[in-house]
Ligand binder design. Structure first.
Ligand SMILES: [Mn+2]
Length: 343
């Protein structure tokens, strides 16, 4: 269907594009890239196929976005999922699972097997880098759809070649600052350790919604000389309990800590698990969806530019996981699109 004939108030056509939007890769300004990868997931699996669950649930969404009128005109297109990447993820995950089983039962470690997992993860990073780099060179905005939270590493490298200085706003239950979790160099639990160590364009990382962390991660953040700032869930809630610091006041503080260019990394487990029941590592008492939307909108309202984003760890066991995932993904698209002047 052409954009001219498209009825934004009508029912969604199941056209294999996100929310049935009337764009293809050429006509779209914002491309969603599925990365079906979960080689090192440590708890509940399934997120590799999250993009499909999100796509299937997305036809249910209405296109009106309360924050951004005419957001659907941004021009969003979701690429099809590449089966070969999913296959490689499954093969690698089988090896990773054997490794985790050996670790947990205190059996000897097969170094060669571990090396295979790490090499496969590096190949995935290179694949993501090449894929996103090509789209950025065409002037497209890119949103990455995981997969687990290790997936945006290569995309952030591609962005660093276009932007000398940017900050990351991370919505997450976990810091993901572990050094080589379980021996996996590119674990989902290590994504921001790896980014901070290897990506010099990232001048700031602000983490919001954190409630599970280890001491090593907090020490790493404290030693970073304010490059990493952590807003825990207890901190945000205490502000509300005491009426001493509103959520809005926290949002303004968070936004002010970010540089002019912002990348948003949205791990769905930052939300309360009622909104993401089948995510890989759910943690009780998370953010409400509208709290995250409010925060994201404050980034846009401040005049900052969202240069890219990812959504990771969405579950696949129920349509509900996809439904919430689709709403978060649409909001990320719209905030990024509006901050780049696309509508
Ligand atoms: Mn995460």
């Amino acid at each position: 269907m052409s954009v001219e004939k498209f009825d934004p108030s009508g029912y969604a056509i199941h056209n294999d594009n996100f929310i049935g939007l009337p764009y293809d890769e050429q006509s779209a300004n914002l491309i969603l890239v599925p990365v079906p990868w979960e080689a090192t997931v440590s708890y509940a699996a399934g997120t590799a196929q999250a993009a499909q669950n999100i796509l299937d649930a997305s036809y249910q969404l209405d296109l009106l976005d309360w924050d951004y009128p005419n957001a659907w005109k941004i021009g969003i297109y979701m690429q099809p999922m590449e089966g070969i990447v999913l296959q490689k993820s499954e093969e690698t995950r089988a090896l990773a699972t054997q490794h985790i089983d050996a670790l947990e039962s205190q059996q000897p470690i097969d170094a060669e097997r571990l090396e295979q997992v790490n090499e496969a993860s590096e190949s995935l990073n290179n694949w993501v880098y090449r894929k996103t780099k090509a789209l950025l060179e065409q002037g497209k905005l890119v949103g990455l759809v995981g997969g687990d939270h290790s997936t945006p590493f290569g995309y952030l490298q591609a962005l660093a070649e276009q932007h000398a200085d940017f900050g990351i706003l991370q919505i997450d239950a976990h810091c993901d600052l572990r050094k080589a979790y379980e021996g996996f160099e590119y674990s989902h639990a290590s994504i921001f350790y790896n980014v901070l160590e290897q990506n010099k364009a990232v001048s700031k990382l602000v983490q919001v919604g954190i409630r599970d962390a280890c001491e090593e991660e907090i020490e790493y953040a404290e030693a970073s000389q304010n490059r990493v700032e952590i807003y825990t869930m207890p901190m945000l809630r205490a502000g509300a309990y005491t009426h001493k610091k509103s959520f809005d006041a926290y949002c303004q503080e968070i936004v002010n800590k970010l540089p002019q260019k912002v990348y948003i990394s949205f791990d769905i487990d930052g939300l309360d698990p009622k909104l993401c029941p089948n995510t890989g590592t759910p943690v009780p008492d998370g953010l409400e969806m509208n709290e995250t939307f409010y925060l994201i909108h404050q980034v846009v309202a401040s005049g900052r530019k969202i240069i890219g984003f990812d959504l990771s760890e969405v579950g696949t066991a129920t349509e509900w996981d996809g439904n919430v995932g689709a709403r978060v993904l649409y909001k990320l698209c719209n905030a990024a699109g509006v901050s780049n002047g696309l509508v």
